[in-house]
Design a protein around this ligand. Sequence first.
Ligand code: BG6
Length: 484
Amino acid sequence: MENLIKKFPEGFLWGGATAANQCEGAYNEGGKGLSTADILTSGSRTTPRRITPVLEEGTYYPSHEAIDFYHRYKEDIKLFAEMGFKVFRMSIAWTRIFPNGDDAEPNEEGLKFYDNVFAELKKYNIEPLVTISHYEAPYNLTKKYNGWADRKVIDFYVKYCETIFKRYKDVVKYWLTFNEINALTMPFGTFGAGAMMPPEGNRELTNVSLNNDQIRFQALHHQFVASAKAVKLGHEINKDFKIGCMIAYMCTYPLTCNPEDVLLAQQKDNLNNFLCSDVQVRGAYPNYAKRYFKENNIDIIMEENDEKVLKEGRVDFYAFSYYSSSCVSAKHVNNKTGGNIFSGIKNPYLKESEWGWQIDPKGLRWALNNIYNRYQIPIMVVENGLGAVDTVEEDGSINDDYRIEYLREHIKEMKEAIADGVDLIGYTPWGCIDLVSGTTGEMEKRYGFIYVDKDNEGKGTLKRIPKKSFYWYKKVIETNGEEL
Ligand code: BG6
């Protein structure tokens, strides 16, 4: 057996991650259509973002300008290169390619924009890792079809994939079909992931209480079929493509050793974390899902070929986001934590971020082992990081030691997981440049190594300033994770 050592492997993919709707801006330039993300207002820790079916005059929409990556990508990529990035995770805005989603022809200007971005990355030998759909879809598809609730959307998505696979087949190797696809196992995913419009009176992004399991799981099935078709097609277009799933891995501990809590934690792990990857990695619905569907009166409508399609479209690697962990209890407990798509019960052993997300580096090692034990395929951590308020000092510096500390501890645990035998191939911390927060729409919930001068109301010069963590991460990459 191979000797397992506590070191990142040669060629480890160090980098950073973003998403189009949170950084590009230029929401109506270059022929781009309106996306679901463009109708989300800003919010805060206490005020949820609103979904507005019609753009409101005088309301601030953070995605419309975001950090203006659309016009500043050269400057930003240069800074990524200075840190030594080997990989850059970004998403393509579907609405730049097919403004309405159901258009007959793609929008050349949108395709050209990504030609330019990929050429710029190539200049610095940075490998793109492209999310095909990151919490946005053409809004027209929501209006006409109620998004992923309608099976027809599969064909629009596959056509979009075919277009970008063919266009970028020689410049992009790594792809992710859907960001955090498992969001649709929870009501939160209704609009953000499923592009389905909740009924009036129920249009707060993080509070969507529409608990229609039937519609959500049917929409998820459509995404599974779409993802599998895309994987198969991608491999036909370029056999060297590596196409992955992307899961929001919510590390869930039992609050006590009461077997009821332990069992509940396992059930949550299955249903909310593993159901999606079991389908995408293994190519079929797991038995526990069938039981869940039966007991909850969910009847997934499948077409004859669907099972075959799922089998044929298995992903090449497993990618996930990891920010925090939480607990579950079979009893009712009020003490809730925050979290990206799921909030559980507070863990008395952990501290939390300013936004109430619990900080748990060891949970990352646990998650990596848990995932690898199940699938034995390469893994990438494609989101991780600390959302925090940063202060610009009088001398212009930003001393984000708290962020360094967070990342350092998580990197240490990744190293431990590698020594445990996990085949970890890459790490792209989230929001490598400050960008709009997904859940709250704020700018001041910052994750970046690079500061962007813009506030929650959209005011600021958009100037980029490297933070202390910028220089620290550069060293981490330079030493392949040896100097932390
Ligand atoms: C993930 C999303 O769930 O969490 C990102 O994929 C998001 O889009 C990230 O930005 C962090 O969440 P937030 O709300 O702090 O931006």
